[in-house]
Design a protein around this ligand. Sequence first.
Ligand code: 2BA
Length: 110
Amino acid sequence: MMKLIIAIVQDEDAGRLVSALMDKGFGVTKLATTGGFLRAGNTTLISGVQDEKLEEALSVIEKICKSREQITASTTPMGGAGGVYVPYPIRVTVGGATVFVLEVSQFLKV
Ligand code: 2BA
């Protein structure tokens, strides 16, 4: 039996994740998607896997998409109205994956 993995990941992790899954022999389809909340681009990967390979695929996703902190520049105005836009570093959490695992009732190539 098979499972279908739907994994929503950050664009910056997507390329490495596709390569890592392909290297291990998984079939992958990559879709350009948009998150409903942030209205920003993200990437959705779909991958059909044999039941016994599910844990291996999930561990690849977890390894590549581990959430981590990143320092980025913010340009929020400082000093109130008419203030100067001074870039300053802020810490943001990036990475992570939202993963759904579905039962596959049929897998056909016709
Ligand atoms: P995550 O929960 O890690 O979700 C990342 C992306 O995964 C989402 O992007 C969406 O594209 C997808 N996703 C998450 N849960 C889903 C579900 N149940 N069904 C289908 N797709 C799902 P965004 O919607 O742009 O959300 C980006 C991040 O914003 C979320 O990260 C979460 O940290 C935050 N967020 C989302 N909705 C929120 C809300 N109503 N209030 C506060 N923060 C929210």
